[in-house]
Design a protein around this ligand. Sequence first.
Ligand code: NAD
Length: 697
Amino acid sequence: MSQIDYTTHGEIALIIMRNPPVNGLGLELRRSVCDGVQRAIADGAIRAIVITGAGKAFSGGADIREFNTPKALAEPNLLSVIRVIEGSPKPVIAAIHSVAMGGGLELAMGCHFRVASPGAQIALPEVKLGVLPGAGGTQRLPRLIGLEPALNMIVSGTTVLSEKLAGTRLFDEMIEGDLIEGALAFARRALLENRGLPRVRDLKVSHPDAQAFLQFSRNTVTAVARNFPAPLKCVEAVAASVGQAFDDAMRVERALFVELVQTPESRALRHAFFGERAASRVPDVLEDTPLRTIASAAVIGAGTMGGGIAMNFANAGIPVTILEAKPEALERGMATIRANYESTVKKGRLSAEEFARRMALITPTMDYAQVGQADIVVEAVFEDMGVKEQVFRTLDAVMKPGAILATNTSTLDVNRIADFTARPQDVIGTHFFSPANVMKLLEIVRGAKTGKDVLATTLKLAKRLRKTGVVSGVCDGFIGNRMIEQYIRQAGFMLEEGATPQQVDRAIERFGFAMGPFRMSDLAGNDVGWYIRKRRYAEHPDLVYPKIADRICELGRFGQKSGAGYYRYESGKRDALPDPVVDQLIADHRAQIGLKPRKLSDDEIVHRLVFALVNEGARILEEGIALRASDIDMIYLTGYGFPLHRGGPMLYADQCGLYNVVARMQAFASNPHGDPAFWLPAPRLARLVEAGQSFNA
Ligand code: NAD
């Protein structure tokens, strides 16, 4: 079915692209545009053609629904469409409004003329998916706006408003008023003035010292884009626009594009892009599930987490009341919120007015009567079932009917918490990560009785709070912390076997993690894990735990907050310094358990840590705690500092090949010191290997 509206206006044909929501250039639209242009060419009464987009975009570029399908590459591909347009014997004018990005902008640059409304978002964002514009974007943009601005746009993928580009050759005219009327008038004038058929490909890129500028760009980009190959390839593609014949340069662009598509980094970026979208979909919660209104919020507890959570609501413009049990705690909490905002103002990232507006949205209280009318309440009190029970019984009594009762617990059973109320369908876990006003991840814990509308509303709320919401079932630690526990156990085993905290941290940080396990533990507080382990020892006496972590805690070395942990810290500083006391403690412990230290390679360290995550991730999938492998990856990318260029633990395993992952795990299991049970492949993993499949099909 045609995806264009074709009408004639005197001597001018008007083609309006129509493929909601953003006129993505899928196969059907590409075909339709070619047909429309051919039809106008064939019509003797027509002398010029205007192309524009219906609805809220000129065109947003490739149709992401066709990604990784044969349709994405089927003819006419975008290059062929542009060839038809550029080769038209009648001038083609692009009339741009709202959004012209990626392939949409490339199509416009293939036209003979372009007119635009102010406020249109112009970008070639391909680099963000680890590729480059592959339909002439790297060749035509420098010809139209100049080498330097074009290179900046292509390497960064940033959006520029059309009016900022007025005066360049990208736009022949800016149109204030009705765009279509303006474009038709422009077309008539172009005919009258005999402006011919200017082709962007025939322009020359001029720059006073192009080679020096390009070399400077290579150096800068190499330094900044360390883990990603695409930005540097963008520079190479743009460099080809200088001096080379257009068709030769197009071949360079194509070759670089093909090279990039196959890189693991590009696969990782595309995985994260689609993973973010997939995470908001829950199979049994339909798109049209009615949502509850969230116009006001309350937070119980103004400690580390409560304050940050309240800031999230205020940042999104949602008024929030924050309740504490003790006046001094309330005062401290409010002071921390204020100080956080003030530091953002100082850094120039928040205006004084906005600061005042956000503070005014936060109301401190000690009185439950003041929170009862909130649409959602998030509990962030001590991690203690007794305290949670008391708070939830109170909330059940005071909250208006229909309010969502959320808990920020990181380890407790959300189903038990829900059963403290007479409305378990309204109870849900919203597991924020610290610092809650900064971290992108929101683990949304769906209890056995959580209402579908409550889940759908919370997923929507995550977007309003600018978080990546990922759904987890109820289990100890939910998805993220349940996996990290296995990773930390492995890290501990490796200390016993011969590694130092520095070596483990350095190895995994070189792999790309923001922070290794021991620096992370020192930051979060070693006592937190100790508290959880004591519970584990009682609940699972069969589980083997490395014991150095306990020895560290027994010395009161809780990490940064106590000035010492796995490292030592100088007062007021956060640098993790090696500590001979820890080296001695580890040596004594090894002697005590009769273990002769051996040298571990960085490769062993990295893969024992990462595959520990993968194996537990596979169990979590099998149990249905996570809905899909990409959800696990999104949790690790947005909440645990897993390197983006590797796409998360499950995609990393896929890219290694699951057969190889299991082979490696079998080798780890033969380690005489290790816990062989640890490396028993999870059933899901074993089955996938058997079937020759991967986590992310
Ligand atoms: P915190 O000790 O910093 O803050 C808890 C606050 O709750 C204190 O200010 C305390 O005065 C207040 N409080 C205690 N009982 C109360 C009651 N009955 N009524 C009102 N206020 C009460 O603790 P936190 O680190 O903010 O943790 C809060 C919750 O968030 C816990 O469930 C924790 O497991 C979870 N969590 C913490 C982190 C983290 O990194 N700290 C991360 C994710 C989740």
